[in-house]
Design a protein. Sequence first.
Length: 219
Amino acid sequence: MPRKTENGKLREGRGTGIGADYKPWIKIREVNSIGTASTVIDYKTGRPVELLSQGEVYYYYILRWDDTVEDIREQFPLELDRTLEIADKLRIKHPHDRSTRMTTDLLITRTNGTLEAYSIKTDRSVLENERTIQKLRLEQAYWETQGVAFYIRFKDEVNKTYVQNIMDVVSCYDIQRVQTRQDLIRYQIAHKTIQPDMKSKLLDYIQLQSLLERGHSHE
């Protein structure tokens, strides 16, 4: 599918809304090489989340699991006039061209109203590329003018066990998805009524079920 024009995206209200009503600036079907891109259903809002890399998927789940995170907006557009001004000031060529908006991978809203912007990269070797560094400097400078903290995160530094456990338990976040006793444990973990170690090893639901049953038998 061909990319939408900038004006077409504005007419669609891309980059606006919060929660279930947010519309990302870029959609997966508009990207030439989708690679490891994924559409993830936000288990709290039900909104399809357009994530353009596996790294974005990983960090989406980690951030969504954090109860201090109220909302996540992916492929968030930056104000073109402002990024052009900053690029000229820093003597950096504006990404794409001077009529195309930059985007930030993930913009989160904390429960206290604080915003944080995240750029997700594959690994630290990308920082050896001068052009990549320039674009990150531009993105960081933009968010600094907005009073928003900017972070760079790397896919290869993710605790994949943690992510896999999160993905597994939130598959039963909705009580309607619970079919078995193990699903019920997933549901309880997803709602934090049970809080096992999620980071050091994959969850063993048979073992957890046995421990829970023994605990009830001693009451």
